[in-house]
Design a protein around this ligand. Sequence first.
Ligand SMILES: CC(C)(COP(=O)(O)OP(=O)(O)OC[C@H]1O[C@@H](n2cnc3c(N)ncnc32)[C@H](O)[C@@H]1OP(=O)(O)O)[C@@H](O)C(=O)NCCC(=O)NCCS
Length: 182
Amino acid sequence: MRLPEHEVPRQKTSTEAPSADAVEFRAPRVPDGIRLWEIARDSAVLDLNSSYAYVLWCRDFARTSIVAVVDGRVHGFVTGYRRQDRPDTLMVWQVATDESQRGKGVAGRMLSGLLDRLAPEGVTRLETTISPDNTASQALFTGVARRRGVGIRREDLFPADAFPDSHEPEDLYIIGDPADAP
Ligand SMILES: CC(C)(COP(=O)(O)OP(=O)(O)OC[C@H]1O[C@@H](n2cnc3c(N)ncnc32)[C@H](O)[C@@H]1OP(=O)(O)O)[C@@H](O)C(=O)NCCC(=O)NCCS
């Protein structure tokens, strides 16, 4: 049975890491934009975009984004979009888990849930950018690729001088490209 578009299955699959907590995964709604902005701010790692960007994202990119809800409160999010010139590709813009919920497989399950949701619509590849010193993020995406049995590779994308301010380079990571099939 096909689930409603804004519902994501809550059950665990073999591609997900184990977790003891009851976490609900669903598409974001406009009121969640506040929590997305707070979680990004508190991460002290992510670029903090305007509050408007997060609220707007929850309206216009809800189908390609996901939140993790624990006890009725959003504790994690993935914001993504389908690339216009490559609709088989989900571009993950930001991913973050609130500090209180880290290390429990929440981020890995958000990414797998999103990919499972979009697979019937033809999304088979995932791209994201990661700065060279973000080992947690590199481990997260490497683990997602490993559990899904697909390849992952890194390419140069945006060097530091691509940005107008002081910004680390952003490397492109590609997961599930047919060319990398193991
Ligand atoms: C990166 C982040 C999203 C991981 O969230 P999480 O819910 O704790 O991640 P998970 O529990 O699903 O762990 C996923 C994998 O990453 C690994 N990992 C998580 N935190 C790690 C860390 N600090 N150092 C090394 N590896 C780490 C886990 O061991 C796990 O590996 P596995 O799949 O091989 O078992 C979280 O640390 C965070 O919000 N960081 C700040 C924001 C950020 O850097 N976002 C990514 C850039 S867009």
